[in-house]
Design a protein around this ligand. Structure first.
Ligand SMILES: C[S@@+](CC[C@H](N)C(=O)[O-])C[C@H]1O[C@@H](n2cnc3c(N)ncnc32)[C@H](O)[C@@H]1O
Length: 265
């Protein structure tokens, strides 16, 4: 029998984070989408958010004018949280929907059709099979459509974090609390030393403490360098348009790509 993989339950953390969502966080989420895709990129477009978490970026895409938005997450609590956030923050939530689905389920994913923009921030490395997840995500992009993925950077400490995350998901809730208690100042200090900025000042509408829990607990965990990801994206038929390197060495590199579509004739 194979090893039972302990999986972090992201949904509970997203439900807790959602209590802090306000206009400012939604505005920051919109700014981060504009940084990646440019001003006006969402108008009339279909948008797929793989691993939607709290639904914040699905909501932001809808507010930026996307014609239809679908958010997927493997965790049912994330799906329910995203639904209730969309109902709260969107004036007409009819063009947005959420479903519980794994990006690894190729058959179900194929039935969704294709989208003008596919967005998956900090997700594919948590599936347990990043290569398959990337291929399945790429297949949901319409011809000439855009794919944005954010993947943890490879760093000398990545293997150490993998062990910490593995342990976190095998101990009881009290030991988990102690681990968070020990690691929070370590993460705070490391972030401050690398960026010289206040670690509480987050981007993308995120929040420091929920991010610490997401980071320490997030398992399965894979990572790749910018060169490795660029090659993998080219391999599945994408042209890399832009890359935004992670602000901290173990953070997520963001890749913006266009699907290469062979011209007829
Ligand atoms: C780090 S969170 C990122 C959430 C969101 N994309 C964001 O940027 O705020 C990762 C999310 O991916 C989801 N996830 C993990 N494995 C998945 C899979 N196989 N299919 C779909 N979603 C998955 C988790 O439940 C979690 O909500």
């Amino acid at each position: 029998m194979g090893e039972r993989v302990a999986v972090f339950k992201f949904g509970e953390n997203w439900a807790s984070f959602s209590r802090s969502i306000d206009e400012t966080r939604i505005e920051e989420a919109k700014q981060s989408l504009k940084k990646l895709f440019g001003e006006g990129a969402f108008s009339g477009k279909s948008f797929l958010d793989i691993g939607c978490g709290s639904g914040l970026f699905s909501i932001a895409a809808a507010q930026l004018g996307a014609r239809s938005v679908l958010g997927l997450d493997v965790d049912p609590i994330s799906v329910a949280t995203s639904q209730s956030n969309a109902a709260h923050w969107l004036k007409s939530p009819s063009s947005i929907s959420f479903r519980q689905l794994s990006i690894l389920d190729g058959e179900q994913m194929n039935q969704l059709g294709t989208f003008d923009i596919v967005y998956s921030w900090g997700v594919l490395h948590h599936t347990g099979n990043m290569k398959l997840a990337l291929r399945n995500a790429g297949q949901r992009v319409a011809p000439n459509g855009m794919l944005m993925i954010a993947i943890y950077n490879r760093h000398w400490s990545s293997g150490v974090w993998k062990v910490i995350k593995w342990v976190y998901n095998r101990v009881g809730s009290w030991v988990q609390k102690i681990l968070i208690w020990i690691l929070t100042p370590v993460i705070f200090l490391a972030k401050w030393l690398v960026t010289f900025q206040n670690p509480f000042r987050m981007q993308r509408g995120m929040d420091f403490m929920h991010n610490v829990i997401d980071w320490v607990g997030g398992y399965p965990y894979e990572y790749a360098s910018i060169a490795e990801m660029s090659a993998a994206l080219e391999n599945i038929g994408f042209e890399r348009l832009d890359v935004f390197p992670a602000k901290v060495p173990t953070g997520c590199n963001e890749f913006v790509c266009r699907k290469i579509t062979a011209s007829a004739g």
